[in-house]
Design a protein around this ligand. Structure first.
Ligand SMILES: Nc1ncnc2c1ncn2[C@@H]1O[C@H](COP(=O)(O)OP(=O)(O)OP(=O)(O)O)[C@@H](O)[C@H]1O
Length: 278
């Protein structure tokens, strides 16, 4: 459904600085109706690859096909039309603060050329999908982080896209809200059959929502696996970055409390002696 073929994205350097390759020859097939996770550390190129899918960031080379249409080969007008098939949500929601929830959702329809008469009705319907009908007239400042993300989801869904791109959708909300936002995304994927791509650095996010995952490191997709295979122990990462990322352990080195207190006590006694000039 989404076919990423040998995509590379190189950013030009400023003022004689060397350029930077953020995405390096990535190919990825994302089946229709599936949830694809993209995981990696900060700076790995995840967001750039996601933005390559709707050409918010045009790849330097390679092709992106959505439903068989090569977006990289389209002119501006055709690309604008195809983009209405692709919704996107962001870490910081990107709502307009001077518009109510329903007006934020309506804007997507306006850009898609939907007539005014139908816009308000459809925007209310989209807010109902994310259980926010009663907040339709609230401004973003009066909404919690989770509610803002749900408005953003409604805004992305209202044009009935085939694809939903999610850039760190839960990084700015607490763990309980994370679960709620992920549940909405899972339900929407299941009920509406929207092919969903989720970029995250959180293993528990991909484990709970994705069917397939790609691990990115330094612009490359270095590992791919099905979450079922990971959960059942059939998948074993081959790269160091994969092993590190897929291990729940945070790798913090700590001295056990008992040893710490012995150490502190010994240090304290030495300092007391020193202070007393013994
Ligand atoms: N417009 C740009 N111009 C120059 N360099 C950029 C640009 N956008 C991103 N980069 C660089 O490309 C690399 C990849 O960035 P990207 O945002 O895709 O990574 P990421 O894996 O999503 O990281 P994070 O999790 O921190 O968002 C980074 O080193 C970043 O500084």
């Amino acid at each position: 459904m989404i076919s990423i073929r040998n995509v590379s994205t190189r950013f030009a350097g400023k003022g004689g600085e060397e350029g930077f390759t953020a995405v390096d020859d990535v190919s990825l097939e994302i089946p229709a109706g599936s949830v694809q996770g993209i995981i990696g550390f900060s700076g790995a190129g995840k967001s750039t690859l996601l933005r390559n899918i709707n050409l918010l960031e045009r790849p330097t080379s390679g092709h992106v096909l959505v439903d068989g249409v090569d977006l990289t080969g389209l002119g501006d007008e055709e690309l604008r039309r195809e983009r209405h098939q692709i919704g996107m949500i962001f870490q910081h929601f990107n709502l307009l603060n001077n518009r109510t929830a329903v007006e934020n959702v309506e804007l997507s329809l306006k850009f898609a050329g939907v007539k005014k008469a139908a816009r308000r009705r459809r925007a209310h319907e989209a807010l109902e999908i994310v259980d926010l009908a009663e907040k339709a007239k609230s401004y973003p400042a009066k909404l919690s982080g989770g509610q803002k993300q749900r408005v953003a989801i409604a805004r992305a869904l209202v044009t009935k896209p085939k694809v939903l791109l999610c850039d760190e959708p839960t990084s700015a909300v607490d763990p309980r809200t994370t679960a709620s936002v992920l549940q909405y995304l899972a339900d929407i994927n299941q009920q509406l059959g929207i092919t969903t791509v989720v970029v995250t650095h959180e293993l528990n996010v991909v484990k709970s929502i994705a069917d397939n995952v790609a691990v990115m490191d330094a612009g490359r997709a270095v590992e791919r696996f099905a979450v079922d295979d990971l959960n059942s122990g059939r998948f074993h990462p081959q790269t160091e970055i994969g092993r590190y990322l897929l291990d729940d352990d945070l790798h913090i080195t700590r001295t056990p409390l008992a040893e710490r207190s012995r150490h502190t006590a010994a240090k304290g006694a030495a300092e007391t002696k020193e202070h007393a000039g013994v």
